[in-house]
Design a protein around this ligand. Structure first.
Ligand code: SAM
Ligand code: SF4
Length: 353
């Protein structure tokens, strides 16, 4: 660490030993551009991941089952006003079949994600979750957006284990602008509801949103720390040509990796996915993320032809269901990286493993 500026080395040592940092200290780490400091940050994050969680990487199969959405988030291709999107809804039986195939490949967690789509009644979702739990013996993660407290409770009672609800940005004004009709405080309140309902809770944010500063990113990480999330989905913003943010530049993969690394230092036990979005911007993005703190990969198991139409951002649908989306591919790839597939269902820190 000899070439690292002494004040930055002090911050890094503090982060690695106490897992706490002030907002200014986080900004200082995120703002460092020199190679030595970046390497030292990534090394510290990698060591923290190895010390607290070992070398296991949890593979979670994500099934994106509906591209209909009542919301109008400015960054997202599924937004209500995007008339160019060819929308789909999978039937519960089709979702179950996709999950059964994922389980047969080796996946032990099924992540069900969709736009906010009131078409699916709570009873139908609860029935699907019960069937997944009883017939497949998998952990079930939901990522269905904002719902009522009662709905969260009912889905938890049906057996859902985890819920992923990214706060997206901790800047209240930016949040309100990018997610019309919603407020940051309402989103954060839901993280509390979810925890109270007994879920392992996932938060997270986008990196590189137009109007987002390093200070605002530091606030994101402090939110994740304050809410003691079990998982943190952090990925770069990728502009979608069919959204109002079409002309905005994408988030930087380099900054995303730094944000991941600092998150690992602040939350040593958190489950941190190497996101698909980072691999869209950089061919080795997920592998790089796994070297600076990440310990989860979420391959897309949405069946054809649906997977081609869940167009949140460009490039995502092209990944297909072969290669980097198959369990066998990741087993080999992880061995190449000196890691191995996590055994069991890969629960969060409080729930045991
Ligand atoms: N509707 C649910 C919600 O918003 O929580 C879940 C589905 S939503 C498509 C899943 C995630 O996609 C969001 O949390 C957001 O961070 C991410 N996302 C949306 N648009 C994106 C973009 N243009 N670039 C990168 N990620 C994006
Ligand atoms: Fe809908 Fe989620 Fe996209 Fe917002 S981010 S438009 S809630 S799918």
């Amino acid at each position: 660490m000899s070439a690292v500026r002494p004040e930055i080395a002090t911050v890094l040592n503090k982060a690695a030993s106490t897992h706490t940092l002030s907002k200014d200290e986080i900004v200082a780490l995120l703002g460092t551009e020199d190679e030595e400091t970046r390497s030292a940050l990534f090394r510290a994050a990698d060591e923290t991941r190895a010390r607290y969680l070992g070398d296991a990487v949890h593979l979670r199969a994500i099934i994106e089952f509906s591209s209909h959405c009542v919301r109008n988030c400015l960054y997202c291709g599924l937004r209500r006003d995007n008339r160019r999107l060819d929308r789909f809804r999978m039937r519960p039986g089709e979702i179950f079949e996709a999950a059964r195939r994922a389980r047969a490949e080796g996946y032990r967690t099924i992540v069900l994600q969709s736009g906010e789509d009131p078409h699916y009644e709570v009873d139908a979702l609860a029935g699907l979750i019960r069937r997944l739990k009883s017939e497949l013996d998998v952990a079930v993660t939901l990522s269905l957006g904002d719902m009522t407290r009662e709905t969260y409770r009912l889905l938890r009672a049906a057996g859902a284990d985890r819920y992923l609800l990214k706060h997206e940005t901790a800047d209240p004004a930016l949040f309100a602008r990018l997610r019309p009709g919603t407020m940051l405080s309402e989103r954060l309140k839901r993280l509390v509801w979810l925890r109270e309902a007994g879920y392992q809770v996932g938060g997270g944010n986008l990196v590189g949103l137009p109007g987002q500063s390093l200070g605002s990113l530091a606030a994101d990480l402090l939110v994740l720390k304050r809410y003691q999330v079990h998982m943190a989905g952090i990925g770069p913003f990728i502009p979608n040509p069919d959204t109002p943010l079409a002309g905005s530049p994408p988030g930087s993969p380099a900054l995303t990796l730094k944000v991941l690394a600092v998150t690992r230092l602040l939350l040593p036990r958190v489950h941190l996915p190497a996101t698909t979005a980072v691999s869209v911007l950089h061919p080795e993005g997920r592998q790089l993320a796994l070297r600076c703190g990440a310990n989860v990969v979420m391959p897309d198991l949405t069946p054809d032809p649906y997977c081609r139409h869940y167009d949140i951002y460009p490039g995502k649908a092209r990944l297909g269901s072969e290669g980097p989306n198959s369990f066998a591919w990741w087993e080999k790839e992880l061995a190449r990286l000196g890691r191995q597939v996590g055994k069991g269902r890969g629960h969060g820190w409080e729930a045991g493993r």
